[in-house]
Design a protein around this ligand. Structure first.
Ligand SMILES: Nc1nc2c(c(=O)[nH]1)N[C@H]1C(S)=C(S)[C@@H](COP(=O)(O)OP(=O)(O)OC[C@H]3O[C@@H](n4cnc5c(=O)[nH]c(N)nc54)[C@H](O)[C@@H]3O)O[C@H]1N2
Ligand SMILES: Nc1nc2c(c(=O)[nH]1)N[C@H]1C(S)=C(S)[C@@H](COP(=O)(O)OP(=O)(O)OC[C@H]3O[C@@H](n4cnc5c(=O)[nH]c(N)nc54)[C@H](O)[C@@H]3O)O[C@H]1N2
Ligand code: SF4
Ligand SMILES: [Mo]
Length: 715
């Protein structure tokens, strides 16, 4: 019996693995986030361990153009030789690394070190840029530190009201819904979503008895809505002036800036009736401890964040929370619901283009000296700042000639993915480490097979900032190896001036030293210490500390101890409605599939639950387009077209269609999405762009729909 955690999302539900005939079987385990619950993906997660097309040998593209099995020595020697040749011709920065928020802390740390000292490239970034970067930027700006939830998830259950902006937890983190139970029973749940999502449905009176509020805002208007709520807080005298004076700076500016956003104007921009805005503002204010309530929590998800003004939208959410005096108070605060399994830890240990381990900035001389000291290299050898993910993908085939991919499937998940496919095919070298032949691996020159969650030791940091142990239950199949071994071998072949450890506990100890004194301080943690506690430990955890479940109770992380309020101005979608593209496309997730689907599309039970992509559209729009339920519908932008079956529902606004992004091929949502990014965080605007929508049989005459073909890979 092995006690570990689910391989997928940031809830990191506790599970026990028991040896079985097929390998291991999964049973849920009581852990503070899931309390014995698991979603369908967690229940079936062991199926991916035995995926029939699992990669078990290193593959190199041969003369025939096919990927052919070779020995590890051959594969790694080939990679090292190609890297040397590219760097000799084009410089160190011509080789780039693209990481992932699913990697363990140990792997994320080692990948950042590998890029900086073995490849000596400034070009490293990761898929967390698609996911967490706007909330991280806003958290750093306001609080001086970014931890998704600065309090344990269970605290939410003690609140009277929860405002959930652009998050569909009922599908994306089902066991989390338990923590909302008491709030729903009091009628305190407020959900902002253009769709009547499974989470919005939790506010239905029939579902709870009490009922909450669903604010069905126009896509991309969350910031206006939040400024409108803050306007009402000011106008109705609901702000916690004592807290604002004692614990924040910038309130005067922010107060003045929301004067413009009176309710009637906000109602016109967002489409949310004035009466609902007033009820939401008062519900939150009455729940705040300052006004005698049990607590109020403001949470954001990707619906609010994946916009070109995402950082400012999160800032507006934080300003609202601060005005009500919530952060650092009991059962109260602001939090962002981090998405990937190690979306939190993945952003702390050096995968970001501008950061070194422990959340240190790579252009800070003191930070460079500290980390270079741990690595045993000269600080001048470390490269400078790179560029965020979308910009990095834009350089492929140009300035960047070689790419290592660890834990992302950008051919399906990146915005404007057809353009990414074109650029990737221009590379001189693409090396993909993965355990299944995802769409990106299928294009690679070299595919290196790696271990999966249940085959490895390590740590993950969940959405609460809780560091927990991933444990090994079985051996990997064939010749699959840990990325820690692969990186160490490659570093040696590239004559790295620093040594690379391969034992996860030893790598963790090194990470802990590198993080010491940084914003995300892990120096008091070790595998042994984490093994001795049942429920993990929260960072910051400097040596001698027992960790920090609740942050900001006394002070914020800025040097003056105060939170910084910054006035913001809402932006419009970068690709806004046009006469010939009169509908908004929004994108997101379904319960049964995870991200690019590389893992979950390999699980039969999940394919049965959710077999194919679809387009959700309102009956009014469907009637106008002569579309029946189940018809193929083409959704088109200047980037490309996606064709998928119509699902007609009154749950969506008539001016908006929704598509999940889990599938490649004709129905790939990211053929259509826009790669414009937030200027502060670099996060792309996945959540909104303007499209034309038509029945596919009528549309193909108008647009030559580009249909990315899927290439075969040898088993
Ligand atoms: N089943 C499943 N669970 C997952 C994942 C998965 O792929 N599948 N991925 C994990 C990861 S990495 C992440 S980041 C999280 C994401 O978790 P969520 O943020 O909950 O997921 P999404 O479905 O991307 O977006 C949430 C909602 O935003 C709405 N939305 C779209 N546009 C807007 C808008 O302009 N404003 C507002 N307010 N809402 C809008 C959508 O209708 C959708 O219901 O889920 C994690 N859990
Ligand atoms: N249209 C649209 N697009 C989106 C989003 C959206 O809401 N709408 N959401 C975005 C978000 S929030 C995210 S997080 C991204 C995620 O999108 P991706 O980055 O594509 O994420 P995954 O599909 O999880 O891809 C992970 C890949 O890494 C492999 N893998 C898993 N663990 C490991 C490991 O330990 N080592 C290695 N080497 N490989 C591993 C898996 O098999 C898989 O092939 O998608 C983004 N794309
Ligand atoms: S909610 Fe997330 S962590 Fe929990 S079982 Fe589902 S995918 Fe796994
Ligand atoms: Mo994500």
């Amino acid at each position: 019996m092995t006690r570990t955690h689910c391989p997928y999302c940031a809830l990191q539900c506790g599970m026990t693995l028991t040896p079985s005939e097929e390998g291991v079987s999964v049973t849920p385990r009581d852990f503070p986030t899931n309390r014995g619950g698991l979603c369908q993906k967690g229940w079936t997660s062991a199926d991916v361990l035995r995926a029939p097309d699992r990669i078990t040998r290193p593959l190199v593209r041969g003369e025939s153009g096919d990927l052919e099995p070779v020995s590890w020595d051959e594969a790694l020697a080939y990679v090292a030789a190609r890297v040397r040749a590219i760097q000799a011709a084009h410089g160190h920065d011509a080789v780039a690394v693209f990481g992932g928020g699913g990697l363990t802390n140990e792997k994320a740390y080692q990948l950042g070190k590998f890029a900086r000292v073995a490849l000596r490239t400034r070009h490293i970034d990761y898929n967390g840029r698609f996911c967490m970067s706007s909330a991280a930027a806003a958290g750093n700006r306001a609080f001086g530190v970014d931890r998704g939830l600065p309090f344990p998830l269970a605290d939410v259950a003690g609140a009277d009201a929860v405002l959930l902006v652009g998050s569909n937890v009922a599908d994306t983190m089902p066991p989390l819904v338990q923590h909302l139970g008491p709030v729903r029973a009091k009628g305190g749940l407020v959900v902002v979503d253009p769709r009547h999502s499974a989470t919005a449905a939790l506010t239905d009176a029939e579902s709870t008895g009490a009922g909450g509020l669903h604010l069905r805002a126009l896509p991309g208007t969350d910031q206006v809505l939040l400024l409108g709520l803050l306007h009402l807080v000011v106008a109705d005298g609901l702000a916690d002036e004592e807290y604002l004076a004692a614990r924040t700076t910038g309130w005067d500016d922010v107060r003045r800036s929301v004067a413009l956003w009176w309710p009637d104007r906000v109602a016109r921009v967002t489409g949310v009736p004035e009466a609902l805005l007033r009820r939401a503002a008062h519900l939150l204010a009455d729940a705040s401890p300052a006004r005698g309530g049990a607590g109020a929590v403001v949470l954001t998800g990707r619906g609010a964040e994946q916009h070109t003004d995402g950082t400012d939208t999160v800032t507006a959410a934080i300003n609202l929370a601060l005005a009500l005096g919530l952060p650092g108070r009991r059962s109260s605060g602001y939090g962002c619901l981090t998405g990937q399994g190690n979306g939190q830890g993945g952003r702390e240990h050096g995968q970001k283009s501008d950061q070194l381990p422990g959340y240190r900035m790579i252009d800070d001389p003191e930070a460079r000296a500290h980390v270079a000291g741990v690595w045993g290299v000269d600080p001048d050898l470390l490269p400078g700042k790179g560029v965020p993910a979308v910009e990095l993908l834009g350089k492929l085939g140009g300035e960047v000639r070689g790419l290592f991919v660890h834990g992302a499937n950008v051919l399906v998940s990146a915005p404007d993915a057809l353009a990414v496919r074109r650029r990737i095919s221009e590379l001189d070298l693409l090396v993909v480490c993965d355990f299944v032949p995802g769409e990106t691996a299928q294009l690679a020159d070299v595919v290196l097979p790696v271990t999966q969650w249940a085959e490895e030791e390590g740590t993950m940091t969940n959405l609460e900032g809780r560091v927990l142990r991933r444990r090994k239950a079985l051996d990997p199949p064939g010749e699959a190896r840990s990325e820690l071994d692969i990186l160490a071998d490659l570093a040696r072949l590239l004559d790295s001036p620093a040594a690379f450890e391969t034992d996860p506990a030893t790598v963790f100890d090194e990470l802990a030293r590198a993080s010491a004194g940084g914003r995300a301080d892990y120096s008091g943690l070790s595998h042994a210490r984490l093994d001795a506690v049942e429920e993990g430990l929260f960072w910051p955890c400097p040596a001698g500390s027992d960790g920090t479940p609740r942050m900001f109770t006394e002070r914020f992380a800025h040097p003056d101890g105060r939170a910084r309020m910054v006035a913001t101005t809402p932006g419009a979608p970068a690709d806004d409605l046009q006469p010939d593209r009169p509908v908004y496309l929004i994108t997101g997730r379904v319960l049964a599939h995870y991200q690019s689907g590389a893992q979950t599309r390999r699980v039969a039970a999940l394919n049965r639950a959710s077999a194919e992509p679809f387009v959700e559209l309102h009956p009014q729009l469907a009637r106008r387009l002569a579309v029946d339920d189940g018809d193929d519908v083409a959704v088109t932008s200047p980037r490309g077209t996606a064709v998928a079956r119509a699902r007609i529902t009154t749950g969506i606004r008539p001016d908006t269609v929704f598509m999940p992004f889990h599938w490649p091929g004709a129905g790939m949502a990211n053929a259509v999405t826009n790669d414009a990014t937030d200027p502060i965080s670099g996060m792309p605007e996945f959540k909104v762009c303007a499209v034309s929508v038509a029945r596919a049989d009528l549309a193909t005459a108008l647009h030559e729909a580009p249909r990315p073909d899927t290439e075969e890979i040898p088993a």
